[in-house]
Design a protein around this ligand. Structure first.
Ligand code: NDP
Length: 234
């Protein structure tokens, strides 16, 4: 069944792959982007998830132009890695604000429409480090594990209206976010992954397209790992 989908952070990386995959499945897709040129070949809207005003205005614009988005993919995210003794309050707070509070702003505004429709999918892009932790990523891991409690609370609060809420938890994915890793570190990471390699953005998108599909109607409150075995199912 074709629906209207919204993907945040959809101008590059995993978000762009998800937007194209949902479009390929026949959905009408709105790619939300914060900066740079709008992604080609997709309906798009400007949205900075760190601003409630920006999120609300983007939803107003989407609803006026295309209707109520039914599949919401909260994908936008950042890292500001550093050892904890050197991590500034601002490094911690900005990652929480973008990754966790940002996803909250999006899901809260989206819920208004979903409750009217009495159906929908909230899909949060988390991370394997929510379960495993990661040295140098105290801020990032905290933001991503926060998403799990949040997604499950949405699942309980609005599940009776036919709305599912799940987290997709990628491992290491080939995007700009991981391109900063040097070759030695990449080899170390790959050797710690049971499948022995990084993931492609389209492999994450394939799982999102399933969770967005009617076949996944009875899956909610789940954390779905797509990590090559790194988190061993957590
Ligand atoms: P990229 O760095 O390639 O892209 C991040 C995207 O998020 C960009 O579109 C960026 O927009 C957008 N973004 C960042 N901050 C904001 C904001 N305040 N408002 C709106 N958009 C914003 O990252 P990935 O594609 O790799 O990551 C996508 C998601 O997947 C993130 O949540 C990330 O944490 C998660 N993830 C990634 C993994 C990986 O290995 N790559 C592993 C596990 C999870 P702009 O272009 O304007 O900067």
């Amino acid at each position: 069944m074709a629906s209207l989908a919204l993907v945040t952070g959809a101008n590059r990386g995993i978000g762009l792959a998800i937007a194209h995959a949902l479009k390929a499945d026949g959905h009408s897709v709105v790619a939300a982007y914060r900066s740079g040129p709008a992604p080609e070949g997709l309906q798009s809207v400007l949205m900075d998830v760190t601003s409630t005003q920006s999120v609300d205005e983007a939803f107003d614009s989407i609803e006026a132009q295309w209707g109520i988005p039914e599949i919401i993919v909260a994908n936008a995210g950042i890292t500001k890695d550093g050892l904890v003794m050197r991590m500034l309050d601002s490094d911690f707070e900005s990652v929480i604000d973008a990754n966790l509070t940002g996803a909250f702003r999006v899901a809260r505004r989206a819920s208004m429409g979903l409750l009217k429709l009495k159906r929908g999918r909230l899909i949060f892009v988390g991370s394997v480090v929510a379960a495993t932790g990661a040295a140098g990523q105290v801020n990032y891991a905290a933001s991503k594990s926060g998403l799990v409690g949040m997604a499950r609370s949405f699942a309980r609060e609005i599940g009776s209206r036919g709305i599912t809420s799940n987290v997709i938890a990628p491992g290491f994915v080939e995007t700009d976010m991981t391109s900063k890793l040097d070759e030695k570190r990449r080899k170390e990471i790959s050797s710690s992954i049971p499948l022995g390699r990084f993931c492609s953005a389209s492999e994450i998108a394939d799982v999102v397209r399933f969770i967005a599909s009617p076949e996944a109607a009875y899956i909610t409150g789940a954390v779905i790992p797509v990590d090559g075995g790194l988190g061993m199912g957590h």
